[in-house]
Design a protein around this ligand. Sequence first.
Ligand SMILES: NC(=O)c1ccc[n+]([C@@H]2O[C@H](COP(=O)([O-])OP(=O)(O)OC[C@H]3O[C@@H](n4cnc5c(N)ncnc54)[C@H](OP(=O)(O)O)[C@@H]3O)[C@@H](O)[C@H]2O)c1
Length: 268
Amino acid sequence: MALNHSRSVKLNDGHFMPVLGFGTFASDELWSTFLRPEFVQPALEKSLTKLGLDYVDLFIIHWPVAMKPGDDLLPKDASGKIIFDTVDLRDTWEALEKCKDAGLTKSIGVSNFNHKQLEMILNKPGLKYKPVCNQVECHPYLNQSKLLEFCKSKDIVVVAYSALGSHRDPNWVEKDSPYLLEDPILNAVAKKHKRSPGQIALRYQVQRGVVVLAKSFNEKRIKENFQIFDFELTPEDMKAIDGLNRNFRYAKLLFAVDHPYYPFSEEY
Ligand SMILES: NC(=O)c1ccc[n+]([C@@H]2O[C@H](COP(=O)([O-])OP(=O)(O)OC[C@H]3O[C@@H](n4cnc5c(N)ncnc54)[C@H](OP(=O)(O)O)[C@@H]3O)[C@@H](O)[C@H]2O)c1
């Protein structure tokens, strides 16, 4: 796949990732019911068959909480409670390393890991490959500055999801959550640059060294979200947007709060 490297970031394994994610970069996520090492490669192979691909650019662990293996992607007991599993994530990581060695993915990474969980992987005896990225919820209300600093120090790219304030799916997001794109400061910066608040939220991430995902099914907004490379936020704009941080998480995933690897109880 030909990539314009000026709009890409070099990963710690030598591959490149576009700084703005639009689906040109093939990635796959390992779901929670497949975290046991013996299920990792078969899960990826199944996805590749479905996608009609020989390999993906990136394969990531979706989040550190393991659930009971089986056909049910959200296994629940009779009372409706999710059934968890206990898996050593270092074993899962070794299985991802094997997928890379088998040529099924160019790069491997994680998602929703806190810094302690990243450290656990980085300090694993015999580590062959570091995670190239950590994909996390990240936007002006949850700017992840400490996690970003930690990841930068380890040459791990932070990838922001819900960068526009999330899809607000009522299954995952409380309906009284604040509307990021209605924020007055974000709107004032947008007005100053004659851009939309969405473009400002995306540009903010790119400018602080975060790869950003922008999801839209709307043609006009897809085009709009791509127009973020022909203007620059000033240091004052960046400071004002940084000031919006309130550590507010849209997807708290509280159903897993009792799992030993629930990632969001840590400060970062
Ligand atoms: N690893 C994880 O745990 C995880 C979790 C959640 C999401 N993700 C990934 O992150 C991606 C995006 O995250 P997300 O869906 O939560 O939220 P998001 O990108 O913050 O927001 C998407 C929503 O914003 C709207 N939108 C898009 N561009 C806009 C613009 N310029 N102005 C106003 N509204 C705009 C979209 O509606 P329209 O379609 O109508 O434009 C859509 O409803 C997903 O595709 C997924 O791959 C990963």
